[in-house]
Design a protein around this ligand. Structure first.
Ligand code: ADP
Length: 247
């Protein structure tokens, strides 16, 4: 289980996250929805310490327990530990342009985790198989479609075998015809039991795959529930207004 408590993040005088609490059960898919500017991406980036909150904790309760307290003096060391346990998939893929698909995937295992290159390559090929790109191993990002690049991005995040996979609007930069392949890959990961937090506007994905849906607005979680409850019986006015705009 991963427990996130009281995350606060301010940019200048803009209080973007105002006390976020979230508990993520092992194997759960949590989808975060909410209007643009509500703090979804910032929250996800805090979960991987790409943004540093002024306050808050993240606890991985599974052995070995890891508690990150963002106010702690040892936070720099803790950030490295956090990044070994959470993998991030970015909206713009963020692949190294001068490295092949395979080289992108082995980067973390070899250079961060110190894994043997031959072993890392074998494991990367298994991951490429999983995302349906085994024949593209030696191609560079510019030789791949956006959807293929994003699937390499997913394989790269999986390569460190994180406990938590974070997806930041993974399909929103893609041409519409490429979206489904990426969503299908994510659906497979969900069925395999990966623990995932996904920021997305793909409502159908949320309905089909999420165990829990969180609605953010104004830097707080206004409502959380099962997809059925949330979409069919929203309780909060701000959730109703948000869903109304989507229809
Ligand atoms: P969402 O993902 O819900 O659209 P974001 O987390 O991207 O929301 O942004 C929330 C707010 O934080 C916005 O007002 C945005 O302008 C601000 N913000 C995000 N990142 C930064 C940053 N690096 N510097 C300053 N302001 C930022």
């Amino acid at each position: 289980m991963i427990e996130v408590r009281n995350i606060h993040k301010t940019f200048g005088d803009n209080a973007v996250l105002r006390g976020i609490d979230l508990t993520i059960q092992k194997g759960q898919v949590v989808v975060i929805l909410g209007p643009s500017g509500s703090g979804k991406t910032t929250f996800l980036r805090c979960l991987n310490a790409l943004e540093l909150p002024e306050q808050g904790t993240i606890t991985f309760t599974h052995d070995p327990m890891l508690k990150i307290d963002f106010t702690s003096p040892s936070i720099q060391k803790d950030i490295l530990a956090l990044r070994r346990r959470s993998g991030m998939v970015f909206q713009q893929y963020n692949l190294f342009p001068h490295k092949t698909a395979l080289e992108n995937i082995i980067e973390g295992p070899v250079y961060v985790q110190g894994k043997n290159i031959a072993v890392a390559k074998q494991e990367a090929m298994v991951l490429l198989e999983k995302v349906g790109l085994v024949d593209k191993a030696n191609l560079y990002p510019f030789q791949l479609s956006g959807g293929q690049q994003q699937r390499v991005g997913i394989a790269r995040a999986l390569a460190i075998q994180p406990e938590l996979m974070l997806f930041d609007e993974p399909t929103s930069a893609l041409d519409p015809e490429l979206v489904q392949d990426v969503l299908n890959t994510m659906k497979e990961l969900a069925h395999e039991g990966w623990t995932m937090v996904v920021v997305t506007h793909e409502i159908k994905f949320a309905l089909d795959v999420a165990d829990s849906v969180v609605v953010m607005d104004g830097g707080v979680i206004v409502e959380q529930g099962s997809p059925e409850d949330l979409f069919h019986h929203p309780q909060h006015e701000r959730t109703k207004a948000f869903l109304q705009r989507l229809r």
